[in-house]
Write a protein that binds this ligand. Structure first.
Ligand code: NAD
Length: 260
């Protein structure tokens, strides 16, 4: 159990981030949720999580492309929970296009949200973690933090950056009770991937299920999607004492994608 630890999970209004937030709450953490979405649905998620698990659950709607909004979110977490023990950098977006066609504003947004936000949350969380001599930073990178794919220049660049940042911050905290690691998922069937499945179904004039299978065939030898719940279990493991000596590294959960 992680009773009374304070956890902030970016991009936790859906998908992988929401599953990790639920798992941490179920294990006794007080939570700060973050992410975009319909305010009523977000409030339902927040209040349901608090009731279901008997923990405090807060929400901050910082747009992670803006460093001043990240600073406000971190100050809010400090005010509500006295700092952050577990930081999960999970928020992310995708855009698919050839490099010469890549919209500059999409490039900038992906680099800001998928990579730069990890720097800002981490730099602001580390002083408090160092004071307590305990902390966990879990960066949700990707198989694309380790290998490339055509038409994903911004995403692959950002995720490789996250893996590099994980190594450096793992080294910088190695003599403390803080660990920093990246989880590198392959395909997970969340909103982010449903958009790519739908685009493929339209482009190839095939059904959504056929498009989902074709994504797996192309990259993921297990031919199965990774589940948010399995990723949440790995995040929980990284928070436990058995993982004290795991730091500055990546854990692939990709059905064999990066073994090829
Ligand atoms: P998702 O679209 O379900 O969730 C993304 C979350 O990020 C949402 O809560 C969204 O509101 C939030 N978000 C987006 N832009 C934001 C912004 N500007 N400010 C604050 N929050 C913002 O997608 P997901 O698949 O759960 O993705 C979570 C993470 O996992 C991402 O970093 C993604 O790159 C990574 N990932 C996903 C897969 C996959 O196959 N789904 C594979 C590897 C890595």
């Amino acid at each position: 159990m992680l009773t009374s630890k304070a956890a902030l999970i970016t991009g936790s209004t859906s998908g992988i981030g929401l599953a990790i937030a639920q798992a941490l709450a179920a294990n006794g953490c007080n939570i700060v949720l973050n992410g975009l979405g319909d305010p009523t649905a977000i409030e339902q998620t927040r209040s349901h999580m608090a009731r279901e698990y008997g923990v405090s659950v807060f929400y901050h709607g910082a747009d992670l492309s803006q460093s001043d909004e990240i600073e406000a979110m971190m100050a809010y977490a400090e005010d509500q929970l006295g700092g952050i023990d577990i930081l999960v950098n999970n928020a992310g977006i995708q855009h698919v296009a050839l490099t010469e066609d890549f919209p500059v504003e999409k490039w900038n947004a992906i680099i800001a949200i998928n990579m730069n936000s990890n720097f800002h949350t981490t730099r602001l969380a580390l002083p408090g973690m160092k004071r307590k001599n305990w902390g966990r930073i879990i960066n949700i990178a990707s198989a694309h933090g380790l290998v490339g794919s055509a038409q994903k220049s911004a995403y692959v660049t950002a995720k490789h950056g996250v893996v590099g940042f994980t190594k450096v911050t793992g080294l910088e905290t190695a003599k403390t009770g803080i660990t920093v690691n990246a989880i590198c998922p392959g395909w997970v069937r969340t909103e982010l991937v449903e958009k790519q499945i739908a685009a493929r179904a339209t482009a190839d004039n095939i059904s959504v299920e056929a498009a989902a299978t074709s994504l797996l065939v192309e990259k993921q030898p297990s031919l199965q999607f990774v589940t948010p719940a399995a990723l949440a279990d790995t995040a929980l493991f990284l928070c436990g004492s058995s993982a004290d000596q795991i730091t500055g590294t990546t854990i692939s959960m990709d059905g064999g994608w990066t073994a090829q």
